[in-house]
Design a protein around this ligand. Structure first.
Ligand SMILES: *[C@@H]1O[C@H](CO)[C@@H](O)[C@H](O)[C@H]1NC(C)=O
Ligand SMILES: *[C@@H]1O[C@H](CO)[C@@H](O)[C@H](O)[C@H]1NC(C)=O
Length: 383
């Protein structure tokens, strides 16, 4: 599978991001675009949480840790009927803003170790402009026991989300089977949050918060999503969305939409949530929901695929278009240094500041290597 992806995508890598963006927009159904869709998926970088199924020992460990939460949400494979989770209710209540909005991120062990992604994420709130208070509305959703323990040490609002039989603590390489399970688990969880009446900003932890994004969100929209590549029109469905950053109101349409999105995984096996979103957004059943959807401008909500050039305007920066945790951490640190240098200037110098970011450096789509785990090695042979 990975070889196939590589061969379709390789030629594109030499072209500029702009060229890629145009290609994607113009030929979303072509084979090349399909390969690329998979690639530009949020966290390309994602050395995320691959679950190795550790089985029973892990379940017992986690059970000891937080027994009341274990299996309290419907299991990933089971029916996803809505059920209120008492501990989730408490955490959301404590963290929510006056208008019932919470900020959510997910965390696994690989990103939770000291000086890893989560520390840099929280640091961005501290050194951002008018972002300090926002971290009090942030709920960190831990996907394994170690991430939960680390969260409890560094943050007031932690919730442990469990999926029976799957352990997400290890690096989940992009598009590996456990990566897919994890991504869909997240959609199901966010649906639950909407059902409980909370609006949310979902943010990947490798997104730095430099300014308060609420000052740049659209009014009167149900679902707003960041883009790897933004084409200038916030209503154009051909934008290349990145599910790593969304702002969603809890209402009838969004609840229906998340349900539909989650259910659609069954008719698109092997695809992740973002690919499925790109498919269903053109369907009549999606249009019937009447979801008011907007795409966020990368000038404010940028990333390494298409950086926000002006540090006077940026709200968030995502280390997308990046493979490998070390590369990601390297560029995250460079980005934070750029921001600190900018913030140390006088107000006048900031206004006339013309330089952009000193990234990407080590981050690149070129660094994609097929998944190293045994499970996937086998799968690759089959392909
Ligand atoms: C942030 O919190 C501090 C202390 O709780 C408060 O004094 C300040 O007004 C808050 N700032 C904003 C922008 O809400
Ligand atoms: C980043 O790239 C530089 C130059 O290629 C290299 O020397 C360094 O080891 C890289 N750092 C990481 C963390 O990979």
């Amino acid at each position: 599978m990975y070889k196939k992806i590589l061969s379709t995508v390789m030629p594109s890598w030499s072209s500029s991001p702009e060229t890629l963006a145009v290609k994607t927009a113009d030929s979303s159904s072509s084979a090349a675009a399909t390969g690329y869709n998979i690639f530009r998926r949020r966290n390309l970088t994602l050395t995320l949480l691959v679950g190795v199924v550790l089985g029973l020992p892990c379940l017992i460990y986690f059970n000891d840790l937080i027994p009341s939460q274990l299996l309290s949400l419907s299991s990933f494979y089971g029916s996803s009927s809505f059920k209120v989770d008492q501990r989730l209710k408490e955490v959301l209540e404590k963290a929510a803003m006056k208008d019932n909005t919470v900020i959510l991120t997910t965390l696994n062990e690989a990103w939770a170790t000291p000086n890893s992604v989560v520390d840099l994420f929280l640091e961005s709130f501290r050194i951002g402009e008018r972002t300090q208070n926002l971290s009090s509305n942030l709920v960190i959703v831990a996907l394994d026991g170690k991430a939960y323990n680390r969260c409890m040490e560094i943050h007031p609002h932690c919730y442990a989300l469990t999926t029976s039989g799957v352990d997400f603590s290890e690096e989940a390489y992009f598009m590996s089977p456990d990566y897919l399970v994890m991504m869909w688990r997240r959609i199901d969880f966010l649906r639950t949050v909407l059902e409980m009446g909370y609006n949310f900003v979902f943010t990947d932890a490798d997104i730095m918060w430099f300014r308060n994004p609420f000052e740049r969100f659209y009014h009167g929209s149900d679902f707003q999503i960041a883009c790897d590549y933004y084409n200038g029109n916030s209503r154009d469905l051909r934008n290349a969305p990145n599910g790593g950053f969304t702002y969603v109101q809890s209402n009838k349409r969004t609840k229906q939409f998340y349900k539909y999105w989650y259910e659609s995984r069954k008719s698109h096996p092997g695809k992740h949530d973002q690919d499925v979103l790109n498919i269903i957004k053109n369907k009549n059943s999606f249009k019937r929901i009447g979801l008011k959807m907007r795409f966020l401008n990368t000038a404010y909500f940028g990333g390494l695929c298409q950086p926000s050039r002006n540090l006077n305007e940026v709200c968030t920066m995502h280390v997308n278009c990046c493979y490998g945790l070390d590369n990601k951490l390297h560029d995250l640190n460079v980005m934070l240094d750029d921001w600190r240098r900018f913030m140390s200037l006088s107000a006048d110098s900031r206004k006339s500041w013309k330089s952009s970011w000193n990234v990407p450096q080590n981050c690149s789509l070129r660094n994609f290597h097929p998944h190293p785990s045994k499970k996937d090695a086998k799968q690759e042979k089959r392909d």
